[in-house]
Every structure is written in C-alpha cells, then in structure tokens.
Design a binder for this molecule. Structure first.
Ligand SMILES: [Zn+2]
Length: 657
C-alpha cells in the first residue's frame, strides 16, 4: 500500500480540522482500508467559547458520513472532559452513551458523534485513525491469527481481544491501552475488527496506518496467500430468456421473504464465478463477515444456491436462538447470494444498497480466499455478529423506520427515454424511488444520470435482438421488471392519405406499433413475477379518440397500439398486471414537435401557433412533466385497482369531450 500524502495538498490545509479532513479522505480513497461508512478518525484540538475560555475538544467523525467524501461539517466537536469522565464509568448502555455524546457537543447542529468517540478520546495522541484494513482482517481471521499479528507487529501495537464496539470496547481499551503501551507503540489492533494508528500530526498517524497495513500485505505475499486471481471483467453474457426469468423469479422470492420489493444485482464476472464455484464454498462462505459492522449490510452469511426459503428458516432459527423478546426481528431474506450459474448476487432495498453490498462482499471474497490460503478462515462467532446486527442503536433505527418513496425497490423500463415525455417519465419514476432502465436510439441516454438506480442503454426498439439485450442488462442490474412505460414513437411529416408513401406508413407502424408488441411480449414473463404485480403504461395520443387530417400513419398506429393495450389488459389481468394508457395532446417540449410540424399542424386547423399551443378547454399548455408525473402515478397505489383505462392529459379537448 502506497501513501497518498502530498505536501502540496496538505500545505493548502489550514488548521487541525482541515488536515483531519484531508487524511480522512486519503484513507477513504483506499477501499481495502475502509468501505462505505466504515472506519473513523479524530483530532484533538481546542476552541475558545463565547465567554472567552479555552475548551479542549475532540473532532470525531459524525455518524452517517463516509471518510471518502467527508468534510469539516462531518466531524462532531465534543468536549474532552465529559468523554474522559464517561470512560471511567463501570457500565453505560449504548443508547445512554449516545445521548451523553450528544450532550458533550459544542455545536448542537453537528452530526451525532461516532460510537467510538470515547475510545478516540482516551488515546493520548492528537490524531487517531481507525480502519478495517483487508490485509489485517485476513491475518486476524485465520487460525492462530493473534499469534501471527503479534509476531509480525511486535511492540508496535497494543492488542485488544474482540469486544463489541461501543462503550464496552472503550472501557476495555481504557484499561488495556495504558497497561500495554510503550515507547514503540504506533497503534492498536482490535482483533477481528480493525486497526488504530495515532500520531502527533495528521501525516504521522496516516503514514503509520499505511506502513502497518503494508507490513500485513507483505506478510500475506510471503505466505503465498496473494494470487493474481481472476479478473473482474465480465465474461461474455448470453441473452437467454430463461436466465432472465430465473433471475426475476429469484428476486420475487427474495422480495416476498423480505416483505417488500428488493433490488437484486447479478454479477457473473470471472472473479464472482470463481468464488461461487469453489468446491469449499458451502463451508468458507458460512463462517461470518470480515468485520462485524458489515453484518448490517450483508447479513451474517450469504445464501449458497437459490433456496431462499431454507435460508429464511435458518435465519429465524438464528434469531430465536440468540435473540430475546425485546428485539424486533429483521427481515429474514439474504443480502448476498452465491450461485454456480449466477455468480454473485447482491440484494438491497435500493440499487445503491445492493451496490454497497457488492463492494463489501467483493472485499470479503478476497479476504476469505487469502485467509483460506493462510490455513483457514475463522470469522467471529455468530453470537458476536448477532450482537452488532441487533445492537440497541441499530434497533432504534429500525423502529423509527420512516416510509421510503412509494416505488422503492421496484424496477421500471422506459422507451424513448432520452428526451421529452420519456425523459420526464424517468425523472418522475426515479423521484418515487424506482430503479430505471432507460432505452433510446440516442446515445445521450447513457449519460442522463450518474447514479446506481439508473441504467441508460442505447437501443433501437425496432430490433428484437436489441430489445432482448436491453432486458437482459436491466434484469442483471436490478433483478426484474415491475413497470413498463411504452413511450418511444415517431411522428412523420404531415401528408394526406392520397400522398402517403408506403415506406412512411410501414416505418411508423414498425416503431409505434410492432416494437411495442415485442416489448410487451418479451416483458410479460418478467412483469408476471413483479412482487406487487406488473404495470404497463402506454403513452398513446389524443389522435386515438380524435384523429387529425394529414396524420393518418401516426393516428392509425396509435389507435392500433391502443387496441393492443386493451387486449393486453384483458389477457394479463389474471397475472396481476395492470395496463393503462395516457393520451397526451400538444406536449410541445418534446423532440416530436419541431417548429415546422407545429406550424403545419396549426395551419391544418386554421389557427395561429400560439392558439394551437393552448387550444384546449382549460387554455393551459401541457408539459412533458405533466405526462411523466401521471405515468409514474399510474404505477403507484392510487391506481392499484385500475386497468384498461385511457386517461387524457390535454387540458380538455372539445372534440373528445
Ligand atoms: Zn471499527
């Protein structure tokens, strides 16, 4: 491991806290040190209060902040004196401790301090860094782990047996640290948990961390535990309808077991497959997490294979065995799946959660493989992992709950998504918590959003192969399909039937009608597996009930699509799939409406362009957003008992009313 310290960057930091932010981010930038909210850092300093008195404080990482992106505002300033006094108490419950930590803060608006605040306070050095370094965990979670680290690090470290994080750990360190620390002490090792280093400067503490972790990495190399390993590159992915349906069926069972729709991401790269197909996978994967706080994301152990029911009943057994009546059982669904065909599957309430689980488990796979090469993988006993999983502070979060956005955990596919109504549908679905697969002929769809719950794919919906590929990619990313928004369409130049070319007619039918048949047909087995029942939203047109002269191909294609939708609503009702149509009119902020087309349509009705824009009963202009919001709402609970409906968004059209 290389130090990322730069004198130039550090030189720009003014004061202790700025340097603390700087090296915290250096630690956070190294995923083999800390992952997603793991680890914490602090600096001791002094401030002058309102009365002009100097106060000793410690800035400690606030909960909810990630070291990788932390800012000064992410540190909680706590008074040192009450923290040191707390460390002398014999007992203190963790909820009490959290309350006391809050009281010690000099700024009420700062985030809640890390539960390790007292532990940071009792260490005498000014800067304290704490990570869950992969290489150190590989050593401590192997047979004779303690002996290995003692031999390697000698008196550079103070060694603390495993105790659950929180007050008990702080209390134990308050006793053991002064008893063991000496002239050569650079840090403190918490067995089966992680590593602390400290120093008088930010650089000293940070570089001690890098040096000690490098020593552990060197040890693993010397013992032959580090191999190049298979790459993360994806192996060629087949587009098989059966595989898609298998994945969606698995997600359905996981969601039903969890009690709400879940995202399932499937990773069939060489690294994932190599691990999932190890002959000893049934044993090595069932020991426990690399460090206890991973349990909150990954659960204690993965599901090997696809028997979710067996996993859930084993989880209930685990809870019955170790829990008590005061605890609320978490859902019994797995968060990590290992399968010889599907490789690594990761599950989360949102796509972001599933991605965090993936990051954590990829590191876990490597740690387990290396520890196994050292002689065996030994995680913490289930009891210790359970205590973290069902920690008072975590349980409080569960009870507080709060309701997530209405479409959380669900997956939508939108066609024609790069602009206009399709783009608006994507925005409305994302804002309601759905993960979205967005298709468009334009490559712009790939970069509409950079977020884990968005997958933008260039796709010509007139191509069955491309549709199949897109569905495959969507199912691999999110696990299934719950909502289908058929929006892609073309509006050919105005032409009377007497001058309408066969090519224009056929091309319009091909995009506006034929492509939607393929999308519906191929999506059906997936929609059928939707945990809450599938939903289809068809973006129709006012031209269905009120066609216009010069728009024969468009009007006929949308009318045929409408008739298709009605039949689909009839056929799929038994599969709990709702099919509804929106008929927008005169939505001018879309790619369909060029100024030329607007002028031509206005002329064909004998009105000005301005009159044409608000030519409706309410005299309002209809925007893409109005259509997108209605499309998303149609997928929600408000319309749970509506299918086969046709709803206008047009300000009221006199020819239809
Ligand atoms: Zn820790």
């Amino acid at each position: 491991m290389k130090s990322r310290w730069s004198d130039q960057d550090a030189g720009r930091c003014e004061g202790d806290l700025a340097l603390r932010v700087y090296t915290s981010r250096l630690l956070g930038a190294e995923p083999s040190l800390v992952l997603h909210g793991g680890g914490n850092t602090s600096v001791k300093s002094s401030i002058t209060n309102l009365f002009g008195e100097a106060e000793n404080v410690i800035y400690v990482k606030g909960s909810g902040w990630d070291l990788e992106t932390i800012e000064a505002a992410g540190f909680s300033p706590c008074r040192m004196q009450p923290l040191l006094a707390l460390s002398k108490l014999e007992t203190l419950s963790d909820p009490q401790m959290a309350a006391e930590l809050r009281k010690s803060m000099t700024e009420v608006s700062a985030p809640a301090p890390s539960v390790e605040a007292i532990l940071h306070a009792i260490l005498p050095a000014r800067f304290v860094d704490h990570t869950h370094a992969d290489a150190v965990l590989t050593m401590t979670n192997s047979p004779d782990g303690e002996q290995r680290v003692r031999e390697l690090f000698g008196d550079r470290l103070v060694y603390i047996p495993y105790v659950m994080p929180g007050f008990k750990l702080a209390r134990l360190c308050a006793d053991l640290y002064p008893a063991q620390a000496g002239r050569n002490t650079l840090g403190m090792l918490l067995l089966k948990h992680g590593l602390f280093t400290f120093g008088e400067t930010a650089k000293e503490s940070y570089e001690r961390m890098i040096d000690l972790v490098s020593m552990a990495e060197g040890y693993l190399v010397r013992r032959g535990a580090v191999s190049a390993g298979p790459s993360k590159r994806s192996v060629t992915e087949s587009t098989s309808r059966e595989l898609r349906v298998d994945i969606a069926a698995l997600r359905r069972v996981v969601s039903d077991t969890a009690g709400s729709p879940m995202i399932l991401s499937v990773h069939t790269d060489a690294e994932a497959l190599a691990f999932a197909t190890r002959p000893d996978i049934g044993e090595i994967s069932q020991q426990g997490p690399a460090t206890p706080d991973h349990v909150i994301r990954t659960k204690r152990i993965p599901l090997v294979g696809r028997d979710v029911a067996a996993y859930a009943s084993a989880y209930r057994e685990y809870f019955r065995g170790l829990g008590n009546a005061s605890l609320t059982m978490l859902d019994p669904a797995p968060r990590v799946l290992l399968d010889p065909e599907l490789g690594l599957g990761t599950v989360g309430r949102t796509a972001k959660d599933a991605a965090i689980v993936e990051d954590i488990y990829r590191h876990t796979m490597q740690i387990i493989s290396r520890a196994t090469a050292l002689g065996g993988w030994e995680a913490l006993p289930a009891r210790d992992v359970f205590d973290v999983e069902y920690w008072d502070l975590e349980q409080a979060k569960v009870r507080k709950g709060g309701s997530p956005p209405v479409l959380t955990g669900e997956v939508a596919l939108v066609t024609g998504a790069a602009s206009g109504i399709g783009k608006a549908c994507v925005a409305s679905l994302l804002s309601r918590g759905a993960a979205v697969v967005a298709l468009d002929r334009s490559a712009a769809v790939g970069s509409l959003y950079r977020r884990k719950d968005y997958l933008g794919l260039t796709c010509d919906v007139a191509s069955e192969v491309e549709i199949s590929r897109a569905l495959e990619a969507g199912v691999r990313a999110f696990g299934g399909l719950d909502m289908l928004v058929l929006n892609a369409g073309i509006f050919p130049p105005s032409a009377p039937v007497s001058a309408l070319s066969s090519d224009t007619w056929r091309q319009t039918m091909s995009i506006n009608l034929d492509a939607n048949l393929v999308l519906l047909r191929e999506s059906h087995p997936l929609l059928k597996l939707s945990p809450r029942g599938g939903r289809v939203v068809i973006i129709g047109s006012k031209n269905v009930p009120a066609p216009g002269p010069g728009a024969a191909a468009y009007s006929a294609s949308k009318a045929a699509l409408q008739q298709l939708a009605r039949v689909v609503a009839l056929e799929w009702g038994a599969d709990r799939i709702r099919v509804n149509t929106i008929h927008p009119n005169a939505v001018f902020d879309t790619g369909l409406w060029t100024p030329e087309i607007i002028s031509a349509r206005a002329a064909s009705y004998g009105v000005s362009v301005d009159e044409y824009r608000t030519n409706n009963v309410l005299k309002v202009e209809v925007a893409s957003r109005d259509v997108g919001e209605l499309a998303a709402e149609l997928c929600g609970p408000l319309f749970a008992k509506t299918t086969g409906a046709q709803i206008p968004v047009d300000g009221g059209t006199i020819r239809v009313i």
